[in-house]
Design a protein around this ligand. Structure first.
Ligand SMILES: Nc1ncnc2c1ncn2[C@@H]1O[C@H](COP(=O)(O)OS(=O)(=O)O)[C@@H](OP(=O)(O)O)[C@H]1O
Length: 293
């Protein structure tokens, strides 16, 4: 009595290859020897199952590796600081956003020192940002005055889509250690921006630092300088209060404002005290006005 196995075409009954691997012990068997056939078939089936399991494991592992690699890519991308503000700030951004993924550790720079972005929208400096954006030197700087509302001014300006602000105070022109790092370092502190945007940074200490006007002038003599001032006495008190609270946070003592602001002997205003000195605007302004000569 035939058992079904013998009625099957050889190719279905005894696959000569299992997942592309030859099964020689089976492919040479005569069809009529059904008993042998069955036992061999079982052998082959067992082997086939093993091989299938083996190759499925390989396939599964490959899939897992690819999946993990993809997730790793996403994870890496998420580590970077995207600058979503630009997403809404350019008419081209809706197209750019979908392409703005990628990361690499290479430090690619163009001849003028700008960070290069390749055609896929991948940054060459390990940062995630939008295609066609790059780090550019500022065209405007809020130079001060400290405690006069410089942060508010920067944030308000930054509401405009054509403005790209540096996220923190850069202190390039007033701190010698930063200035010595050079113009590329300074550019690197800037946000990614489109060509038609104005990059802006604020470092209120610039206004009162003697070297700053000349340094800015040397870098760009058409730089737009923004100065916001406040009632000098209120500004000095605000300045004192900030430092006082920092001292308190560290459980450190700090003199009273009147003891610092007034000369202890003459009781005149102590213009050597920094909070007062900063408020004598005309002295600092003279430095700026004389710079280009
Ligand atoms: N719109 C507006 N009008 C008036 N005053 C304002 C405004 N925005 C900020 N401020 C006050 O400015 C003080 C903070 O100034 P800055 O942002 O320049 O401070 S800092 O130099 O960056 O530390 C801080 O002053 P004090 O509160 O006296 O410390 C802010 O309250």
């Amino acid at each position: 009595m035939s058992d079904g196995l013998t009625r099957m075409p050889p190719s279905r009954m005894l696959p000569s290859r299992v997942l592309g691997v030859p099964c020689p012990s089976v492919s040479l068997l005569p069809l009529e020897k059904s008993s042998v056939l069955e036992s061999k078939s079982e052998t082959c089936n067992v082997m086939s199952v093993k091989k299938k399991a083996f190759f499925l494991t390989i396939l599964g592992s490959t899939f897992l590796i690819v999946l993990l690699g993809y997730m790793g890519h996403i994870g890496a991308s998420m580590c970077f600081t995207a600058e979503p503000r630009h997403t809404n700030s350019s008419p081209t951004s809706s197209v750019s956003t979908t392409r703005a993924v990628g990361c690499t550790t290479a430090q690619g720079r163009s001849a003028d020192g700008s960070v290069i972005i390749n055609s896929d929208g991948w940054s060459e400096d390990g940062m995630l940002h939008l295609k066609r954006t790059k780090k550019r030197l500022p065209k405007a700087i809020i130079i001060g005055v400290r405690k006069a509302g410089t942060r508010a001014l920067l944030e308000m300006l930054n509401l405009h889509p054509k403005i790209a602000k540096a996220s923190s105070e850069v202190h390039y022109f007033d701190i010698a250690e930063n200035y010595e790092k050079g113009i590329d370092w300074y550019r690197h502190q800037m946000p990614y921006s489109y060509q038609d945007q104005i990059t802006i940074e604020k470092s209120p200490a610039y206004f009162i630092t003697e070297e700053t006007p000349q340094r800015i002038y040397q870098m760009n003599n058409t730089m737009k300088l923004l100065l916001i001032v406040r009632d000098p006495t209120e500004r000095a008190i605000s300045d004192y209060t900030q430092i006082y609270s920092h001292k308190q946070e560290k459980n450190k003592n700090y003199d009273r404002f009147e003891d610092l602001a007034l000369d202890p002997e003459t009781k005149e205003v102590n213009t050597h005290y920094k909070a007062i000195r900063t408020s004598v605007y005309h002295r600092h302004m003279a430095q700026w006005l004389n710079t280009s000569h």
